[in-house]
Design a protein around this ligand. Structure first.
Ligand code: NAD
Length: 421
């Protein structure tokens, strides 16, 4: 096992959760060592020619944590503070997520260390192309298939596909190298909305099982990017009241319910949430402590900590983000009887629809939005039920149950494959 000092809270959380599941499953040390270390981690230094000289050498990372169940799958995070250890933790989470949601993939992740908000569209495209060229040997339908994550989007995935096809001297790539692409370039309808929608499908199932009325719930959403904005919009369409939302600039609250269409319009015009006229300005700390039924952390990791979780009033936490809750906070939430739908279940809708995109592209088919949403809803409910039943039978939290199911599938597949060289 590596002796590197763990500076990343994301990696600390991921390892803690693995060790917790390993203890519950009584896994031997050899199995644990195989699961803890990623199969491959790559650090790149990119030197793209940008219109600004702000980024002379950009660090980028690719981690393939596991390919036991299939090619590594996981998004590309573009953020100024992302570290190799963060990417390692996020890649490990992907292994459990793909295993739990039962798609034939392993876990991987990429990180590109720069601030997308500070880049022109042209500079961002150049950086994405530079990342693609640097990572070209590590990306492929049977190796690692990236997708969008924080700071990257559909357009970026289109550039990756173009860059890979161009490098091969072809008009298209043969097979699926990247998911979350524009529909015109082989993407699938509904992928952009899939993570946020999946969070709400999962939540509606949870409310059904817990005897709560989703349509009467007051919801607070932290993070108003791809996942948070879609989750807020879809929850409002399903009749729930969104009382607070936030982004990195701050948040807004209206106890009578925010008009999410107007929030989106305000962001389109101003580029940030702060200053929205239809609510009162709040901080992210106030959002976490909001008096609501459901809290959806959909921003980034380590937002619910030992320091702030005593303030939480929500009855359900639905983890749209990856790793938003730290282990010590988890214990306190359990004592407070707050029902946590863990990230590897709650936000798995994105990777599930990525799997549909992968199969669609491989088979040169086209699915309709109705088919995609119906399959997404069915899979999220089925997996919610499976984790819920396991947690009841084994007297575990939802996170413990989800981790045990996910880890035991990977262990069983490792055993089935036998000793690899
Ligand atoms: P995004 O870049 O589209 O949006 C991120 C949002 O979070 C922005 O509104 C940003 O301002 C806000 N934010 C960032 N740091 C914050 C902070 N400290 N406090 C408050 N707000 C903050 O990213 P996204 O794709 O929506 O991803 C959000 C989370 O969901 C990440 O943890 C990501 O790993 C996870 N996730 C994303 C997908 C996907 O399909 N995009 C799938 C699964 C999980």
């Amino acid at each position: 096992m590596s002796n590197n000092i763990l500076t990343s809270r994301m990696l600390q959380t991921a390892r803690f959760n693995l060790e917790m599941a390993a203890a519950k499953l009584k896994l031997g040390k050899t199995s644990l060592i195989r699961l803890i270390e990623p199969k491959e981690k790559i650090e790149l230094t990119l030197h793209p020619k940008l219109s600004t000289t702000k980024y002379p050498g950009i660090k980028a990372y690719v981690v393939r944590h596991s390919d036991t169940l299939g090619p590594a799958k996981g998004g590309i995070r573009m953020s100024p503070g992302v570290t190799l250890q963060d990417v390692e933790g996020l890649a490990m989470e992907m292994t459990w997520k793909t295993s739990l949601i039962e798609v034939p993939f392993g876990g991987g992740k990429s990180g590109v260390c720069c601030d997308p908000a500070a880049l022109s569209a042209d500079d961002k495209e150049i950086i994405i192309r530079s990342y693609t060229r640097g990572a070209v040997r590590h990306i492929g339908p049977e190796i690692y298939v990236p997708a969008p994550d924080m700071g990257t989007n559909e357009a970026d995935m289109g550039h990756i596909r173009d860059c890979l096809a161009y490098s091969a001297g072809k008009s298209i790539t043969s097979g699926c190298y990247v998911t979350g692409k524009p529909v015109l370039l082989g993407g699938i309808v509904g992928r952009r909305e899939a993570t946020g929608k999946g969070v709400i499908y999962c939540l509606m199932r949870a409310c059904e099982r817990l005897g709560m009325k989703f349509s009467q719930a007051a919801i607070a959403v932290q993070g108003f990017g791809n996942v948070g904005s879609v989750a807020a919009q879809f929850a409002a369409e399903m009749g729930a009241k969104i009382i607070a939302v936030s982004d990195i600039s701050g948040g807004t609250m209206n106890r009578s319910g925010l008009d999410i269409g107007k929030v989106c319009e305000h962001i389109r015009k101003t580029g940030k949430l702060a200053g929205f006229a239809g609510g009162r300005d709040i901080t992210n700390a106030e959002l976490i402590a909001a008096d609501c039924d459901i809290l959806i952390p959909a921003a980034t990791q380590s937002q619910i900590t030992e320091a702030n979780c005593a303030e939480i009033k929500a009855k359900i936490i639905a983890e749209g983000a990856n790793g938003p809750t730290e282990p010590k906070a988890d214990d306190i939430l359990e004592q407070k009887n707050i029902f946590v739908i863990p990230d590897i279940l709650c936000n798995a809708g994105g990777v599930f629809v990525s799997y549909l995109e992968y199969t669609q592209e491989t088979q040169r088919e086209q699915m309709t939005i109705e088919e995609v949403n119906e399959r997404l809803n069915r899979r999220m409910c089925k997996k919610f039920d499976e984790v819920y039943e396991y947690s009841k039978t084994n007297k575990m939290t939802m996170r413990q149950a989800a981790m045990c199911i996910a880890v035991s599938r990977v262990v069983a597949a490792t055993d089935a494959r036998g000793a690899l060289p």
